[in-house]
Design a protein around this ligand. Structure first.
Ligand SMILES: Cc1cc2nc3c(=O)[nH]c(=O)nc-3n(C[C@H](O)[C@H](O)[C@H](O)COP(=O)(O)OP(=O)(O)OC[C@H]3O[C@@H](n4cnc5c(N)ncnc54)[C@H](O)[C@@H]3O)c2cc1C
Length: 381
């Protein structure tokens, strides 16, 4: 297996690093503390080609693959996970439109995203349906040539800032298969009966917007159906098999950033007349961090390269997402430990990284769900 990045890939990685290092540090703390969504950052990122990295060029994307999007994601999350999330999640749902949308839908919904004119979300989770996607109860009832949507969605990224959402709705509640009852319907946020309430006081990625959505008799034309009626559950599983690769690279990025901060601190802080870096216990921590990061990165890159070759491997993707998420959490925790009491204080970035890391083990499939996927694949169930 070839682990070398091409010149083009190295350039993309370098450009993403320069963008993040240039734009993020100045606003990172403020956006975290004030839970502020920096909309301008999305516009800037779009101008520089960091929005829609893996979307086709005909819709304004860069036309790259999963690996290139991983490189960008990793670099942005390395500098600040909250702001990395703002940029990377600005198109959360675009892959669904690209995979299952009609040509007209792709032009209508993907082009504004890549221009930075619109932000998108995907609304699956409900107050009583999280890991069990098949249990969602938001309904879309046919009414003439429209759907009437009723229900609510929980924890939706970009909830108060997105122009439109992929919403998974119950369209065939009587179907005997729990997995053939749902459809994906694109809902614009300016439709009558739609409401979004921001959910404040998150543990981490506080620059990212998270909201509860309410749909009260929201009328949407049937042409907003994405893909096939009754196939929404399968469409979302296929969607997550792709997006989870990038969530894995979020874990790699956050771990890399935390480790670099720990190394800098360990080289400068002196106790017992020596720098922390001279203690073997600290060297072991750094060695463990670096090894875990390398293993996580290799898993993520392999999953991405396979996806780019058209061999999407859902077991490998689940391994990458779970392991990289755990790596992010463990490495951020050890980075706080190396900073001692200072690491516990808000003025040091590792405190924020530690809070930010946890989300990777929760969203787009919890670590337990990822292990279920891996176990079932291995046991043939
Ligand atoms: C900041 C943030 C952003 C989010 N963004 C979005 C978004 O944009 N769109 C969206 O739709 N959702 C979003 N989510 C929701 C997220 O995907 C869900 O929180 C997640 O899927 C888990 O669902 P739940 O919270 O209902 O937990 P539950 O499903 O209730 O799970 C609770 C615990 O039980 C465990 N568990 C559940 N079932 C099993 C099982 N069969 N075996 C073993 N353990 C199990 C879980 O792993 C977890 O540890 C977001 C969440 C957060 C916090």
């Amino acid at each position: 297996m070839d682990f070398e990045l091409t010149k083009d890939q190295q350039d993309i990685r370098k450009a993403a690093r320069e963008f993040a290092e240039g734009e993020f540090p100045e606003i990172a703390q403020e956006c975290d503390q004030e839970e502020k969504y920096p909309r301008d950052l999305v516009t800037k990122a779009a101008e520089l080609g960091f929005i829609g990295v893996n979307l086709p060029e005909e819709y304004g994307g860069s036309g790259y693959g999963y690996l290139e999007k991983c490189l960008v994601t990793e670099e942005l999350w390395r500098v600040d996970p909250g702001l990395g999330s703002v940029v990377i999640a600005a198109t959360f749902g675009a892959d669904m439109v690209e995979l299952y949308g009609t040509e007209e839908q792709k032009k209508k919904y993907l082009v504004p995203l890549t221009k930075g004119e619109a932000v998108m979300g995907s609304a699956i989770t409900e107050p009583d349906a999280g890991s069990d996607v098949s249990a969602i109860t938001t309904t879309a009832r046919r009414d003439g040539t429209d759907y009437l949507i009723n229900g609510n969605k929980m924890f939706i990224t970009n909830g108060t800032v997105a122009s439109y959402f992929n919403v998974i709705c119950l369209t065939d509640p009587d179907n005997t298969s729990r997995h053939r009852r749902h459809s994906v319907i694109l809902v614009e946020s300016d439709r009558k009966g739609f409401e979004a309430n921001k959910l404040p006081h998150k543990l981490g990625i506080r620059a990212s917007d998270t909201a509860e959505l309410y749909f009260k008799d929201v009328r949407v034309p049937q042409e907003n159906l994405i893909g096939e009626e009754g196939m929404g559950f399968y469409q979302f599983m296929e969607f997550f098999n792709r997006t989870r690769i990038h969530v894995g690279s979020e874990g790699v990025g956050i771990a890399q950033g935390a480790m670099e901060k720990a190394i800098t601190y360990a080289k400068n802080r002196k106790q017992f007349g020596q720098t922390l870096s001279s203690f073997q216990a600290i060297q072991f921590k750094i060695a463990e961090m670096a090894t875990r990061i390398q293993a996580a990165r290799n898993l993520v890159y392999e999953a991405a390269c396979k996806a780019d070759r058209g061999e999407l491997d859902h077991k490998l993707t689940a391994m990458a997402k779970w392991f990289a998420g755990e790596t992010g959490v463990r490495v951020a925790e050890e980075a706080v430990q190396i900073h001692g009491g200072y690491g516990y204080m808000g003025e040091y970035d590792v405190e924020r990284f530690y809070r930010d890391a946890k989300i990777i083990e929760i969203y787009e499939g919890t670590k337990e769900i990822e292990k279920i996927i891996i176990g079932r694949a291995l046991l043939g169930r």
